[in-house]
Design a protein around this ligand. Structure first.
Ligand code: NIG
Length: 389
């Protein structure tokens, strides 16, 4: 076993109890797991030592909602929105055209660039959706490329009906040959249940086909209105329902009572000028919430979970602790990948980050400041190789 001792930690957020002061962590760089957690004075000997010099250490972010396999960008659409135009599902089609035209190498290079950008901001585990191919070959290519780089790939063939095709013909394709083509690479299926995309009945059909193929279920629900997506996600016991901007009180109660994670996407809400989801009411009802970047070229072209945390605290009424928990433990619950826990605990994957700050509160207290100084993924430094002091 080769070990690294991270010591001199000013504030350690473990997510398995109280924050610890003057803490230390030992990571096993061979297995990529955390080997020991405790106070610095009791730390065991290790092969190498890193001095955090009083800075805060916390789990890496678990980003459980991204659409990172695409080509092109939609800055003009964003500018139009900022001039007052409303976001509509149909904008997806322009990214579809660019993605179909891109080579595998171009798609992979763009995906890797986004994941590096995210890693430098503390993200250590990722979901990735397909959904900008919308034909059998481009969906398969997207899934295969994503599977080489992320922890969990989601099939989102049901993102939009491609222009010029009937819903019936397209649904038969999604639930038939497209699903079969992506199946070796994906672990869940998603559907955009919204006006302009798929209604509840059509969404149920997509999810049922995914379930029959052994996939976990996700729903893009209640983003632009009360689409029924949350009710469907609860009915079908989906792993997560994402967006949740427009919730009825029965949606909130259902999420509080059920196991489906409510994944909230604050960067997207800002970029589409949708009302923020009722995060406080969800927590008070007992729901598990996740915070995720929703990185995509249409509604949320950011990889920054620190930005999402600051927004959730400053605009959505979460405490710093709640927001961090949602972007770590909550994200892990939504991701559903064994070993990715969002905690710093013995046996957990050694995914950690060091902030250039004495406490995690600085993530919201100093919004927009690049505070992530060093990131370990599976015990290996993946960003910020600089020294500890
Ligand atoms: O999660 N809502 C649906 N899908 C993406 C947006 C995709 C796009 O506009 O390109 C989202 O916001």
């Amino acid at each position: 076993m080769t070990t690294e001792l991270i010591t001199g930690i000013g504030e350690l957020t473990t997510n398995d109890g109280a924050r610890r002061l003057d803490a230390a962590v030992v990571v096993d760089t061979d297995s990529g797991l955390i080997a020991w957690v405790g106070s610095a004075s009791e730390a065991p000997a290790a092969d190498t030592r890193f001095d955090a010099a009083g800075r805060a250490v916390l789990p890496g972010w678990v980003d459980s909602h991204l659409h990172p396999v695409f080509a092109g960008e939609r800055g003009a659409e964003f500018e139009a929105r900022m001039r007052g135009e409303k976001y509509r599902a149909g904008g997806i089609a322009s990214t579809v055209a660019a993605t179909r035209a891109a080579s595998d190498a171009e798609l992979e290079e763009s995906l890797v660039r986004l994941l590096h950008e995210a890693s430098a901001q503390g993200s250590t585990a990722f979901e990735a959706k397909t959904g900008y191919g919308l034909d059998v070959e481009t969906e398969r290519r997207s899934a295969e490329i994503a599977a080489r780089h992320v922890d969990s790939v989601t099939f989102l063939g049901a993102h939009l009906v491609p222009p010029g095709m009937s819903v019936r013909v397209y649904l038969d394709q999604v639930t038939g040959p497209m699903l079969a083509a992506v199946l070796p690479f994906v672990s869940s299926i998603d559907v955009f249940c919204e006006t302009g995309a798929f209604d509840v009945e059509q969404s149920r059909e997509v999810l049922a086909a995914g379930r029959a193929a052994g996939l976990a279920l996700r729903v893009h629900g209640n983003q632009l209105g009360e689409s029924g997506g949350v009710g469907l996600a609860l009915e079908m016991e989906a792993l997560s329902v994402d967006h949740c901007n427009h919730l009825s009180s029965s949606d909130i109660d259902g999420l509080g009572a059920g196991r489906t994670v409510a994944t909230l996407l604050p960067a997207c809400d800002l970029s589409t000028r949708e009302p923020f989801p009722p995060a406080r009411a969800l927590l008070d009802a007992g729901a598990t919430i996740a915070l995720a970047s929703n990185c995509n070229p249409g509604t949320s072209y950011t990889t920054s979970i620190p930005f999402c945390i600051a927004t959730a605290v400053l605009q959505m009424g979460l405490t710093v602790e709640e927001a961090i928990r949602a972007a770590t433990v909550g994200g892990a619950a939504a991701l559903g990948v064994p070993g990715v826990t969002g905690t710093i605990a013995v046996g957990a994957r050694a995914d950690l980050q060091l902030l250039d700050a004495p406490s995690a509160a600085h993530l919201a207290y100093r919004p927009g400041v690049p505070l992530v100084r060093r990131v370990w993924k599976r015990g290996v430094v993946v960003a910020g190789g600089g020294g500890g002091s």
